[in-house]
Design a protein around this ligand. Structure first.
Ligand code: ADP
Ligand code: GLC
Length: 460
């Protein structure tokens, strides 16, 4: 089976959100399962490959000149880096001000066109696209192989002006959207299979509330739409062999976890006592609902629970969180930034892991938390529903605390319930062990994707 896998992000060479980790984790497991994967991603600049070989791609003038450099990366293996005009930038999507690059439509439409040219050249058995950045490739592929589109986040669709419909390719009319061009809606219409990154997200995106305007387009795809839950890379996320931790641990050595808690409390300048420590590791965007936690910060002392938040993104929210941390330094700590090392320690050293998401297509952090023995407190949305059964609703299998709605009052109730559950040490250990014992790896998801590729080839 030869697969072309096209993505705008890949850990660790281009990481903005979970798309990077999901792409890297799925590709390496597919390779382990014997699939010959050509990973095609933008050349943002500064990605060094061993034994690089370059060649030009045959694209129309608006998308060129386009070239591919293929070579070996020490962590990612064989990579195909696509260069098109304007692609090399210090950040894949954002200017230093935090605004998107004004030519993101042109950059990623050109990238998608180059992906189509690459597919025409290598003729794989299947092409697998991810999110809007790659969606326009199908406009140009009239006689392409079977195609899969994974939707990691319906909130980002690649809206652009109507003029793009004239150039994207012979099937561009499928991308027309309310007088403009929509990269994701066209790919949803044209892909042979559409995969949402969790089964529960499938249900949500078929509703007007969760579909971001695309629920009808998705409904029309019927059985071509399915959910496959993401995994996490259990080699990167292995508490028994994690170089970022103060003390390695696993299910058989769970006591060794305590040293990580002490190290984390020390780093956060909190006292090393029994007050439960809740952690958050996140992008700061409205999706993640961090603003819903703001009214709770002044009352944390009453719970009792301490909260530590590591996050980067929205500058206004970050500013407010800094102020809250200085006003409530005994119970709230805010570390601004994207810090991989600290994130691992936060998963390994916290008692609770909080995700107040308004929507969450899958979510990787709750799985990382459970693997590292931190009990999740989450809202009942997207993949959080698939991965975190509530301990009270499911006394024998519960793994966390689920807030009914993404509202501050429900989150307060959930934190209160969590701090009470943690008081019972035996119950807490049982819940913790359940989360750690689950196989969160990409093994099963990759099998499902491979099964899907085979179905498409068989019916192709
Ligand atoms: P999303 O893609 O919506 O941001 P996910 O939960 O799918 O959410 O994936 C986020 C990924 O990025 C996880 O691997 C998480 O550990 C990592 N991450 C998010 N924010 C930070 C941060 N501030 N510092 C370090 N890692 C982070
Ligand atoms: C998106 C979603 C997140 C998901 C990730 C990987 O960034 O916001 O929920 O886990 O993609 O699929």
């Amino acid at each position: 089976m030869r697969l072309v896998f096209a993505t705008a992000e890949l850990s660790p060479v281009a990481t903005v959100g979970g798309l990077a980790a999901a792409s890297a984790g799925l590709v390496s497991e597919l390779r382990r399962q014997g699939v010959d994967v050509d990973v095609v991603m933008p050349d943002y600049g500064g990605i060094a490959l061993a034994d690089p070989v370059s060649f030009d791609l045959d694209v129309p003038s608006w998308a060129g000149p386009a070239s591919v450099t293929v070579g070996d990366h020490p962590v990612c293996g064989r990579l195909h880096l696509v260069d098109v005009p304007g692609m090399a930038r210090p950040h894949p999507y954002l200017q230093p001000s935090g605004e998107g690059w004004p030519d993101n439509d042109a950059r990623f439409f050109a990238f998608a066109r180059a992906v189509a040219a690459f597919v025409e050249r290598v003729r794989p058995d299947v092409v697998h696209l991810n999110d809007w950045h790659t969606g326009a490739a199908l406009a140009a592929l009239t006689d392409g192989p079977p195609s899969v589109l994974s939707i990691h986040n319906l909130a980002y669709q690649g809206h652009a002006s109507v003029g793009w419909l004239d150039v994207l390719g012979p099937r561009a009319q499928h991308y027309e959207w309310w007088g403009g061009t929509n990269s994701l809606s066209g790919a949803i219409a044209l892909a042979d299979a559409v995969v949402a990154v969790s089964p529960n997200y499938v249900h949500e995106i078929l509703t007007p509330a969760g579909g971001f305007g695309l629920h009808d387009a998705l409904t029309q795809r019927g059985a071509a739409l399915r959910g496959i839950l993401n995994g996490i890379d259990t080699e990167v996320w292995d508490p028994a062999a994690d170089p970022h931790l103060a003390s390695p641990f696993d299910l058989d050595r769970i006591d060794a976890r305590r040293a990580n808690r002490s190290a984390l409390l020390d780093r956060l300048e909190f006292p090393d006592d029994v007050v439960p420590l809740a952690a958050v590791v996140t992008r700061l965007t409205p999706q993640k609902g961090i603003d819903l936690l703001e009214p709770l910060i002044p009352v944390l002392d009453e719970l009792p629970v301490r909260l530590a938040l590591l996050g980067s993104g929205d500058a206004d929210l970050a500013g407010r969180l800094h102020v809250a941390a200085s006003n409530h330094s005994a119970s709230f700590a805010f570390i601004e930034g994207y810090d991989e090392t600290l994130s691992h320690l936060m998963f390994a050293g916290s008692d609770l892991f909080v995700m107040p998401s308004r929507f969450e297509p899958c979510g990787l952090t709750q799985m990382q938390a459970m693997r590292y023995g931190s009990i999740p407190v989450v809202t009942a949305v997207g993949g959080l529903v698939d991965t975190v059964p509530d301990v009270d609703a499911h006394p024998r299998s519960g793994r966390g605390i689920v807030a009914r709605r993404a509202e501050s009052v429900d989150l307060l109730a959930a934190l209160f319930r969590a701090s009470r559950r943690l008081g019972d040490r035996r119950r807490r250990a049982t819940i913790q062990r359940r989360g750690m014992a689950v196989d969160w790896s990409w093994k099963q998801p990759a099998r499902e994707y491979l099964g899907l590729y085979r179905e498409l080839v068989a019916h192709g």
